[in-house]
Write a protein that binds this ligand. Structure first.
Ligand SMILES: Nc1ncnc2c1ncn2[C@@H]1O[C@H](COP(=O)(O)OP(=O)(O)OP(=O)(O)O)[C@@H](O)[C@H]1O
Ligand SMILES: [Mg+2]
Length: 251
């Protein structure tokens, strides 16, 4: 594959929920691409289809029509082995991480579960869980704890650390920092941006607040009712926005 092939592309992706008269079009034809090492954001009001799009990009749900390509190859949503390989390279951080924790699983087990599941027990290196936690600003005292013994923001950092454990090429983040205070939020996004630069990792970041989305992305797509209505450079989006709708996302 040559250098110019995007890491991730969506071509006219549509998603309908339900059938017949009660059918609802959550995505009405969305297209975009992300270059290798580039990061993009989606901004839009509640219900506009951001999480739906991210789940489709993550391979967790198939589109009703259209195509998603990873390094130029179309994702086969009906092949479990192909999706498993895809999930080694593309990780998603969910909007409400609490539901992804099992109440009886320690933080250490949870952190290393991805590596164990994809590569086996032998792949779990000594000290790796501690190193991952340190990256998101938590110390080793959290490792033996259970999920209910952490705050929402701490759990969110653990989820991000686990996504990093697999050293994916791209991480899809669904409002990952909205539960955090502004300083922690900024610290985590700056950490992700740094990892992106160091490892050439890409991010797709969903958010409501343009100032936050800007910390991690180069381009943003403004989303309304299942469509992208404008594409802007993150640096200059406030100046360049043409749609009135877009202005509500600027502080
Ligand atoms: N499994 C489903 N079945 C039926 N409708 C769904 C399903 N998932 C999402 N929807 C609908 O699709 C639309 C888009 O939902 P989605 O969760 O993608 O929005 P969102 O942009 O992520 O919103 P928020 O900012 O509140 O998280 C909503 O109207 C929602 O009710
Ligand atoms: Mg959502």
């Amino acid at each position: 594959m040559n250098e110019a092939t995007p890491i991730l592309e969506a071509a006219d992706v549509k998603k309908n929920y339900g059938r017949g008269g009660s059918s609802f079009a959550a995505l009405k034809g969305v297209s975009f691409s992300v270059e290798v090492g580039e990061s993009v954001g989606f901004i839009g009001l509640s219900g506009c289809g951001k999480s739906t799009l991210l789940r489709i990009l993550a391979g967790l749900e198939a589109p009703s029509s259209g195509e998603v390509r990873f390094h130029g190859a179309s994702i086969n949503y009906s092949s479990k082995p192909a999706l498993r390989e895809y999930h080694k390279r593309v990780q998603m951080v969910f909007q409400s991480p609490i539901s992804t924790f099992s109440p009886y699983m320690t933080i250490e087990t949870y952190l290393m579960e991805g590596v164990r599941c994809f590569y086996g027990d032998g792949a779990v290196k000594d000290g790796e869980a501690e190193r991952l936690l340190a990256q998101v600003g938590l110390d080793a005292s959290f490792l033996p704890r259970l999920p209910h013994q952490l705050s929402g923001g701490q759990l969110q950092r653990v989820v991000i650390a686990r996504a990093l454990s697999l050293q994916p090429e791209i991480i899809l983040l669904d409002e990952p920092t909205s539960a955090l205070d502004i300083l922690t939020q900024r610290a985590i996004l700056e950490l992700l941006a740094k990892l992106g630069r160091e490892y050439g990792m890409s991010f797709v970041f969903v958010g409501h607040d343009s100032a936050v989305v800007r910390l991690l992305t180069r381009r943003v797509f403004i989303m309304r009712q299942g469509l992208f209505i404008e594409e802007l450079q993150s640096e200059t989006m406030k100046r360049d926005a043409k749609e009135e709708y877009t202005r509500q996302f600027f502080p």
